[in-house]
Design a protein. Structure first.
Length: 300
């Protein structure tokens, strides 16, 4: 790396899954309180898996409250001063890309177009972020070609948004922030229950078909996949809390508490979303796995 750089890759000071490739680095950050101040030498792409609230500032501007919804995209160009703090944080993906690599992957973007943005909805980015998180969980088992393809696609999506002034990235209007929050609150309050589409639609004041269609258009994921994500997040939180206390935990009890029909059902969901089992996740929290060949570095 060249030039001054402060804390540019592993941004918040919290336990993370991290991996590096030629000209990029990927970090999957768990939900945890944080406070950071840094100036990245790389362009930084961020994606929220969970709602996050706190205070931030970019480019020397005054600090202001932020409220970032889940499935939202952010971009910070290299050299932009950043401050961000949250009492709770939220699961977050960070893709740090060297300027030369970004230019190679998005040759049509001029330096003047590299403008900072946050909390932008782009449904096409959701599967890319999920794929990169899965790769971080797999560690050295993740194929390099698959990861590099995801990184290239992520840079391309951000370049499209920058080029279009982000106008094409807005969700369907009727899936408002208020309705999205209502859906997620419904999930959180009933994770251990069997949640039906009809009940959810009634709670939101929409028809079932319209709710399912507009949610996917706004977030890039389905209602069922979003519910499974929340169940997995709660299960991980329970397992990680037990691990920190040094006590054993019954995975069958965790499954029951988070709405999975059985330990096997929970294991299947973990494998599908993260590529690993609940037990492997717990071990990884204690000792994160390496990523790819040990001689790979992030180039500038």
């Amino acid at each position: 790396m060249s030039g001054p750089e402060r804390n540019t890759v592993t941004l918040p000071h919290r336990s993370a899954l991290h991996g590096e490739g030629l000209g990029f680095a990927v970090t999957a950050l768990p939900a945890a309180p944080y406070q950071v101040s840094y100036m990245p030498a790389h362009h930084v792409i961020g994606f929220t898996f969970e709602r996050q609230q706190g205070v931030d500032a970019f480019g020397g501007a005054r600090r202001r409250p932020f409220d970032a919804e889940p499935w939202r995209l952010a971009f910070t160009p290299a050299g932009c001063d950043v401050f961000s703090a949250s009492d709770r944080g939220g699961e977050y993906l960070v893709l740090s890309v060297a300027p030369a690599t970004f230019t190679r992957l998005a040759p049509g973007i001029a330096t003047s177009q590299l403008q900072q943005f946050t909390n932008v909805a782009d449904p096409l980015f959701t599967p890319l972020a999920s794929g990169l998180r899965r790769a971080m969980a797999l560690g050295a088992a993740a194929p390099s070609l698959a990861i590099e393809t995801l990184v290239a696609a992520a840079v391309e999506r951000v370049s499209v948004l920058l080029d279009a002034g982000r106008q094409s990235a807005q969700p369907e209007r009727r899936m408002t922030s208020r309705r999205l929050k209502r859906i997620l609150d419904h999930f959180e309050a009933r994770l251990a229950e069997d949640i039906g589409l009809a009940d959810l639609a009634r709670d939101c004041g929409l028809s079932a078909c319209y709710l399912a269609r507009s949610f996917r258009a706004a977030t890039g994921t389905t209602l069922h996949a979003a519910l499974v994500e929340r169940r997995i997040a709660r299960a991980r939180s329970l397992m990680e809390a037990a691990s920190r206390r040094g006590v054993s935990v019954s995975l069958a009890e965790v499954a029951a508490a988070t709405g999975f029909s059985s330990h096997a059902h929970m294991t299947t969901a973990f494998r599908r979303v993260l590529g690993i089992t609940p037990s492997e996740w717990t071990r990884m929290v204690v000792s994160p796995p390496p990523f790819g060949p040990t001689d790979r570095r992030t180039a500038s």
